[in-house]
Write a protein that binds this ligand. Structure first.
Ligand SMILES: Nc1nc2c(c(=O)[nH]1)N[C@H]1C(S)=C(S)[C@@H](COP(=O)(O)OP(=O)(O)OC[C@H]3O[C@@H](n4cnc5c(N)ncnc54)[C@H](O)[C@@H]3O)O[C@H]1N2
Ligand code: MOO
Length: 401
């Protein structure tokens, strides 16, 4: 049977995925979250005509011809306005952010004024009407739509929501991604490691990737190569309400590759197993109720490349985030052999050259090598059955963010 193409695999994984519902969070916890609803202003900003400078509130007509001497009748500071109103020939001392008194229409900055010993103030420069006044509502008016649904909250958006009177914000729930490592050979970093054992690293990498996409992580640890034990862990993820379960390893065809059977035993409806991709051919996908299960291959590079291609968009969709793979065009700096029936994702370094991007594939492409993946900033994407390519040929690269 021909292997499932990568694009079709992604379509199947994303089929029917809806963003999670909203939850209210305190505004100081909203950074990095996605707005589930449009946010409107609950107040007007500034709420009054405000001075933008330190100086004197005046009537422009009084300082139109110089010299102009005005009598000082009070002061308006930020937080405490001048109560009265200003008439002809009068000025009010005013500071940045303070309400402009009634009757005044202009701010004479203090650098252009001289205070006289008799309590008067003299304008030493004319000033155009309305200068240095921020009109009420300059920033926003009550009821204005300020931030749209789907907006990623960052520092300015959080500041704006706070200024508009919000203390809590409706954001999309963060998807819960359960991660389960399988294999008798695995130990956690820092644990005693027998001569035939290795450190389970995939869960950390996959967890970091999922978190960067907005997920919460349920770490199910390492489960031994035992079908019943794996089934139990799968059910745990389901009962915990995970929207996604990622299993690591045991996806291939070996006698100890028990994940598929364990998932079926847990009641999974299998979507597909094995796709036309290198690395990552044994990828598995299915559903257990609403929980989507991605069975990633154990090889560290395979699991992380699969996570880039399939887990990221899935988590993004659940969390209402926009997601567009960063695909670019580059020129090969070295030749590539013809490809077989699997789409190839070749670890590469991509750098700017005089005529655009230059992609340099790493010479060794073993799917166990994290050093190459950590050194790579891109994957060269080679279509199935692509003919051999010379150095200088165009290629497509997927940038690894
Ligand atoms: N006869 C065949 N053998 C294999 C095939 C095949 O088609 N026919 N496919 C190969 C491909 S491609 C891949 S990829 C691997 C994937 O195998 P599994 O998903 O069953 O992974 P494991 O055998 O469990 O592990 C592979 C490798 O990765 C290490 N590993 C596993 N989990 C972790 C972890 N959490 N952290 C770090 N490293 C991990 C494990 O120790 C193995 O070295 O199968 C090929 N075989
Ligand atoms: O597909 Mo495996 O992931 O080639 O090593």
């Amino acid at each position: 049977m021909p292997l499932l193409p990568v694009d079709e695999a992604l379509e199947r994984i994303l089929e029917g995925v809806k963003p999670l519902p909203a939850e209210m969070v305190r505004i100081n916890e909203a950074d990095g979250r996605i707005l589930a609803e449009q946010i409107k202003a609950q107040r007007t900003q500034p709420p009054f005509n405000a001075s933008a400078m330190d100086g004197f509130a005046v009537r422009a007509q009084d300082v139109a011809s110089l010299p102009a001497t005005l009598s000082l009748i009070g002061e308006s500071v930020a937080g405490r306005r001048f109560d009265g109103s200003l008439g002809a020939g009068q000025a009010v001392r005013i500071f940045t952010g303070a309400p402009v008194p009634e009757g005044a229409d202009t701010i004479l900055i203090q650098e252009n004024a001289r205070t006289l010993p008799n309590g008067q103030v003299e304008a030493v420069q004319a000033v155009e009407k309305g200068r240095h006044i921020r009109r009420a509502g300059l920033d926003f008016n009550e009821g204005d739509a300020l931030l749209d649904e789907g907006r990623l909250m960052g520092p300015p958006a959080i500041g704006l929501a706070a200024a508009a009177g919000h203390t809590r914000l409706p954001v999309t729930e963060r998807p819960l991604v359960a991660i389960l490592a399988t294999g008798d050979e695995l130990v956690l970093p820092g644990e005693p490691c027998g001569p035939d054992q290795i450190v389970a690293s995939n869960g950390f990498a996959i967890g970091a990737l999922a978190k960067a996409e907005g997920a919460r992580i349920l770490d199910l640890g390492i489960v031994r190569d035992d079908t019943a034990a794996i089934t139990t862990a799968v059910k745990r993820a389901h009962h915990a309400g995970a929207q996604v379960l990622v299993t690591l390893g045991g996806a291939s065809v070996g006698a100890r590759d028990l994940v598929r059977q364990a998932l079926l035993d847990a009641g999974l409806s299998m979507g597909f197993w094995k796709i036309a991709m290198r690395p990552g051919k044994p990828l598995m996908f299915g559903r257990l109720g609403e929980m989507r299960v991605l069975g990633l291959p154990g090889n560290p590079v395979s699991s992380l490349v699969c996570a880039h291609l399939f887990l990221r968009p899935l988590v993004a969709r659940l969390g209402r985030r926009s997601f567009t793979p960063d695909l670019r065009s580059a020129v090969l700096s070295a030749p590539l052999k013809e490809n077989d029936e699997r789409r190839d994702y070749i670890r590469a370094s991509v750098a700017a050259g005089p005529e655009g991007l230059i992609a340099t594939p790493f010479p060794v492409q073993d799917s166990s090598m994290l050093t190459t993946l950590a050194a790579a900033n891109a994957l060269i994407v080679r279509e199935p059955e692509a003919p051999a390519a010379e150095a200088g040929a165009r290629c497509r690269v997927l940038m690894l963010g």
